[in-house]
Design a protein around this ligand. Structure first.
Ligand code: 5AD
Ligand code: SF4
Length: 476
């Protein structure tokens, strides 16, 4: 069955469940773990569920359906899932809530085996390649009252046109590609998300145009390796339509930059090894592309990078940063770093600190290396003891925090363009927004400013946010 017919079939299941649910006032709870790609998948699951007549609740105990969208990049997500399932056992016994678990963790056999053995009350297990089929799985679980296991080991197709219920009406994520071909030796993603495959340019452009019409101002393009968008298709001679001249990541940025109504474009994550000049030029030329670029470092040591299969050296990373800084005015950088990769010596870790000192990142996402079953890293000798990993993590964190404090000072007294996102969580009388460099700014202002791009003067800095006041233009 082709993908269009398959989506139609799922729409029919949605309708059937809607009929079953009529007048029942049913609720669902969803717990999403992991990255923005998973959040985007969850928005699709929420779209399906709301079309079936379920209403969202934040209280898992009152939900008629409890859904988990799992991540397996690091170990702590597993502990969280099993903890939550333990809590749900009683709810299941008392109330009979349907429990469905999907996402990356379900592509790992040792996890699904454990669920089937230790948590036999779970109703539905579905994987990353079968998310689109959730309506059918749910229908069968409801009607046949039988457990459903719907996990495929082959790369899924790209299914266009699934319903979606977005979390925000200001910022939207758009997945541009699925899967990853890089096989970094610590990473489980290529095993659970399959090989790289890109969406058709036309589908992406149409989605962004539609979002612009709906009033969205900021778009984040998502993929495990966004700057190799369409690369595999070109290498393998797989046909695609170069709609609006889009035949690469750089041309995609340029095409989206032209879409009226969209004011900001972000993307995560690019890979340093694929950061070609055409991408740097597109970022420089496109006024809507934010100048905060996420450039995952992982380690600052060439030997560790080789062991990680990252395919760049410390020097190549630093040269790339210099080149980008020279070509893109006002460039800021964020990054991901793993500490305690197998075999990492004290000196090798010092190289990571050295790169952090040199680059002065705007933001650093820090991770303690976590062994993932099935990855080459898990089989490496010289795993680093927990106390050393934690010690390195703490030292990196201290350095990063001191840099953030120093960097924050630079904002005070400047005028920043801010996209206003809503009222502040901690103070209803204040508004909150973000700068181009993704810094949170809190300020006093009228609610009509929400979803507008405005200028703020930064008046003070605090570790994780800045304070601003609406700028009246007098400094110009
Ligand atoms: N252990 C720790 N961190 C990891 N990441 C990916 N795999 C692992 C792992 N096994 C981090 C990387 C990646 C980010 C999304 O998660 O830094 O860029
Ligand atoms: Fe994992 Fe590396 Fe692929 Fe990123 S590029 S998803 S870290 S294998």
């Amino acid at each position: 069955m082709n993908t269009i017919n398959e989506v139609k079939k799922q729409e029919e299941y949605i309708e059937k469940i809607k009929e079953l649910n009529t007048g029942k006032n049913l609720k669902y709870h969803i717990l999403t773990m992991g990255c923005q790609l998973n959040e985007n998948d969850s928005e699709k699951l929420c779209g399906m569920l709301e079309n079936m007549g379920y209403l969202k609740t934040d209280n898992f105990q009152e939900a008629d359906l409890n859904l988990f969208n799992t991540c397996c990049v690091r170990e702590n997500a597993e502990d969280k899932l099993f903890g939550k399932l333990g809590e749900l056992k009683r709810v299941k016994e008392e109330k009979g809530t349907i429990i469905a678990i999907g996402g990356c963790m379900m592509q790992e056999k040792h996890i699904t085996d454990k669920i089937k053995e230790s948590y036999p009350f779970v109703d539905i297990l579905f994987g990353t390649h079968t998310l689109y089929r959730f309506p059918e799985d749910l229908y069968k679980a409801l009607i046949e009252k039988k457990k459903q296991e719907d996990i495929l080991d082959i790369d899924g197709e790209i299914y266009e046109g699934l319903p979606i219920k977005r979390d925000s009406n200001i910022k939207a994520s758009v997945t541009i590609m699925n899967g990853c071909n890089n096989f970094c030796t610590y990473c489980i993603v290529p095993y659970v998300r399959g090989r790289e495959r890109s969406r058709e340019p036309k589908e992406i452009i149409k989605e962004v145009e539609e979002l612009a019409k709906q009033g969205y101002k900021e778009i984040t393009l998502l993929g495990q390796n966004v700057n190799s968008y369409l690369r595999v298709e070109k290498e393998k001679g797989k046909p695609f339509e170069a709609y609006e001249g889009v035949n690469s990541f750089a041309t995609l940025l340029r095409a989206i930059n032209k879409i009226e109504g969209i004011e900001r474009i972000r993307f995560v994550s690019p890979h340093p090894k694929d950061f070609t000049d055409d991408v740097i030029e597109a970022i420089r030329d496109c006024d809507k592309v934010c100048k905060l670029i996420h450039l995952p470092l992982q380690s600052g040591n060439t030997k560790v990078l080789k062991e990680m299969n990252r395919r760049y050296t410390k020097e190549q990373y630093l040269n790339l940063v210099d080149k980008m800084k020279a070509q893109i005015p006002n460039l800021t950088l964020s990054t991901d770093i793993i500490v305690g990769f197998p075999g990492e010596t004290e000196e090798e870790f010092e190289d990571t600190l050295d790169v952090v000192r040199k680059v002065k990142f705007e933001q650093v996402y820090m991770f303690i290396y976590s062994r993932r079953v099935g990855t080459p890293g898990d089989k490496m000798e010289n795993q680093i003891p927990e106390d050393i990993k934690h010690n390195r993590f703490d030292r990196l964190k201290a350095l990063v925090e001191s840099q953030i404090e120093e960097n924050n000072q630079k904002y005070v007294g400047t005028i920043q363009k801010v996209l206003v996102e809503g009222t502040s969580k901690n103070n209803e009388n204040m508004l909150t927004g973000r700068t181009d460099s993704n810094k949170v700014v809190i300020f006093e202002g009228d609610k009509h400013l929400i979803n507008q791009m405005i200028e703020l003067e930064i008046v003070s800095e605090h570790m994780w946010y800045l304070k601003g006041s609406v700028y009246d233009g007098s400094k110009k």
